[in-house]
Design a protein around this ligand. Structure first.
Ligand code: AMP
Length: 126
């Protein structure tokens, strides 16, 4: 199995500082920033700093340190944004699109953290 990472994708440019972003959290191995076209009042993207195309790529090839850092970064973003049900937030959805069936637009692994309103059913029936 091989993954081809495109260095020119927009999140790679954000990581290189070539494009601005609204950073919510930065850790050793991860960056979280506001989605430029939010689908809900809370819409944050969490990305690893490493060159991973998709969630499966990251899950298979990232180091233990990267995986731990990324997972904790997602937890921290949920805290920062106040969406955690356990802390009085009204909940959130985490989504990671991969490939054409999921209509992944940016080929750098990212998790959407979306909340702040009722998000409806997870998948439309069509
Ligand atoms: P996906 O379809 O899962 O690949 O989602 C890509 C997401 O990246 C979309 O929600 C876009 O609005 C978002 N996006 C694209 N360019 C930028 C950017 N420069 N800064 C922040 N978010 C972006």
């Amino acid at each position: 199995m091989s993954y081809n990472y495109d260095d020119n994708n927009i999140f790679a440019k954000i990581l290189r500082g070539e494009i601005p972003n609204k950073t919510v959290l930065e850790t050793d191995y991860s960056l979280a920033f506001e989605d430029i076209s939010p689908a809900a009042p809370v819409h944050i993207l969490v990305i690893p700093k490493g060159p991973y195309v998709s969630h499966d790529h990251f899950a298979i090839e990232a180091s233990d340190e990267e995986v731990l850092d990324y997972t904790r970064a997602i937890g921290e973003v949920c805290k920062i944004t106040g969406v955690q049900p356990s802390s009085g937030g009204s909940g959130f959805r985490s989504i990671a699109n991969a490939g054409q069936d999921a209509i992944q637009e940016v080929p750098h692994f990212h998790t959407h953290i979306i909340g702040g309103r009722n998000l409806g059913r997870m998948i439309s029936p069509n």
